[in-house]
Design a binder for this molecule. Structure first.
Ligand code: EPU
Length: 425
């Protein structure tokens, strides 16, 4: 367990390269279960959630060998169709083994998922969709027991909301179901497109991934494949906001600027100068950001996972901004922590009202989830004195070498083991 201790006041400058997206790699690991044999995944970030998902698929029978930024995964013919409660509780993405195991084994036992605390996060759309494909579910002692007695059969599935996870579970189930599956109102995230690309390399027949209508022709079996994960747009966006908040000059390399379109537009609205190339983005921050308003929406709208970082930036803006959170009912736990740093942020229903102040003031704050933790570190970069961000393991779930990357850009960020608290001036 570690804290990150940030001493504010440094202007960030330089370049940082990002690796593959957490949101893609976790799903690729699950996808390997669909085909026996040896798979290879590249561009893998060294983050806690990737090791956790490695443990989930290892429990099911796969063997994972990590080497630098690659993983080789051997998947046997016979799988143990269950995900253990201790792992599933720690990571919501474990629920995705449901579709994959139903497709591969015709049954699955998965504990109900945990993950970041953003209020209630049901899985009704996952279950309704899988039921339409022929699955049956029973909840026994907190464990979801799934079976597809007649095998999975293709179906038309209209999603009530373009849920990322439900779209992915249906992709897994649909690629080996008999006949055609059509997902209407599917999530359009770049990571969904990337998952479809990996599954297609394995022999799946998928049309329309990245659009609202995905059509899948089921095939009887898939073969192992290799894949390089799409770059992490959240990691890229977070470093760009680090540049913006410090009035710095930060270039993120190995990213896909098109996937950051909405973030870049809003950063430009705050007064940042934004330049892009084929696989890089440069942001030069203003002396003081201007206020902006926006609402989080499914892709290609503004990403909810960039909301806390943008609030950190807007907390020192020259006026009042309003952000409307449309994806999660309760993604606001970080607000109290940010206010401890002196920010003037209030919540009205789903709206976050941010009255920009001149200067934040460092103190101990708690990283309550991945993006909240990152946002508090960003705020610490411009706070007066020390900001100690506790529970930094939340940040390590989604960002590899976060503090090292920030140091490379010139930040004063130190990782300290719990128990070696610093004195605050
Ligand atoms: N929802 C339901 N019922 C369902 C499924 C979702 O009501 O059956 C609701 C959720 O409660 C939430 C909304 O729909 O309010 C969106 O959920 P979605 O299913 O799209 O999200 P997810 O698949 O659980 C992924 C990411 C999250 C990211 C969301 C939204 C992964 C591993 N997780 O979660 O990422 O916030 O999509 O884009 O891909 C993060 O990386 O920090 C993170 C939390």
């Amino acid at each position: 367990m570690h804290h990150l201790v940030v001493t504010g006041g440094r202007r960030l400058q330089g370049e940082v390269a990002v690796l593959g997206a957490k949101k893609a790699v976790l799903k690729h690991l699950v996808a390997t279960l669909m085909a026996p044999g040896r798979h290879r995944l590249d561009n893998i970030p060294d983050i806690i959630d990737v090791s956790l998902m490695g443990s989930v698929i290892s429990h099911i029978g796969a063997t994972c060998r990590f080497s630098g930024t690659s993983i080789e995964i051997d998947v046997p013919d016979d799988l143990l169709p269950e995900a253990p409660i201790d792992l599933v509780r720690r990571m919501r993405a474990s629920i995705l083994v449901l579709g994959a195991l139903l497709a591969r084994c015709g049954e699955a036992r998965v504990a109900l998922p945990g993950g970041d605390d953003f209020g209630s996060r049901p899985i009704d759309m996952h279950l309704d969709g899988l039921k339409a494909l022929g699955a049956e579910f029973e909840l026994v002692h907190g464990e979801l027991r799934a079976r597809a007695p007649g095998g999975l059969r293709g179906a038309e599935v209209p999603l009530e909301f373009p849920s990322v996870g439900a779209t992915e579970n249906l992709l897994f189930a649909g690629v080996m179901a008999a006949g055609t599956t059509v997902i209407h109102n599917a999530a359009r995230e770049p990571e969904i497109q990337d998952l479809a690309e990996f599954l297609s390399k394995m022999g799946a027949v998928i049309r329309g991934a990245g659009t609202s209508t995905i059509e899948i022709e089921g095939v009887p079996r898939l073969s192992p494949a290799s894949h390089r994960a799409v770059p992490d747009r959240l990691e890229a966006g977070t470093y760009l906001v680090a540049g913006a908040i410090t009035g710095g000059d930060v270039t993120v390399r190995d990213c896909v600027p098109e996937h950051l379109r909405m973030d870049l537009r809003k950063l430009a609205d705050t007064g940042c100068e934004v330049d892009t190339g084929k696989d890089w983005v440069r942001v030069q921050g203003p002396v003081r950001p201007k206020p902006v308003d926006f609402a989080t929406l499914p892709y290609p709208g503004f990403h909810t996972d960039m909301h806390p970082q943008m609030v950190a930036l807007l907390s020192v803006a020259s006026g009042t901004s309003v952000i409307t959170e449309n994806i999660y009912a309760a993604r606001f736990r970080y607000v109290g922590e940010l206010n401890r740093l002196g920010a003037d942020v209030s919540i009205e229903g789903q709206h976050v009202i941010i009255r920009g102040i001149q200067q934040l003031s460092g103190c101990p704050v708690d990283a309550c989830d991945i993006r909240a933790g990152a946002a508090l570190v960003l705020a610490g970069l411009v706070a007066d004195g020390f900001t100690t961000v506790t529970d930094a393991h939340h940040i390590d779930r989604g960002y590899s070498s976060f503090d090292q990357h920030l140091r490379d850009l010139g930040a004063d960020v130190v990782r300290e083991p719990v128990g070696s608290e610093v004195d605050h001036p």
